[in-house]
Write a protein that binds this ligand. Sequence first.
Ligand SMILES: [Zn+2]
Length: 71
Amino acid sequence: MKRNKLLEKIGFRYLVNLKSKEIHRVSFLKESCNLSVMVHAFYAPKLLVLILLRYGFNGCCHCYTSKNNES
Ligand SMILES: [Zn+2]
């Protein structure tokens, strides 16, 4: 997918990958997050991200390490 600067500006600071169940933080995105190959992903605000993290989603090990349960 491509980044949407407008959505990021109005507070959607996270990218949720439905396929891998990983959540990325747009401010800390790395090459290794492979944004360009993500297909089933959408922008989400923090509140939704906090809920998803409780339901089996994981923080990305490159850009959201504080919520990554494998590191
Ligand atoms: Zn990431």
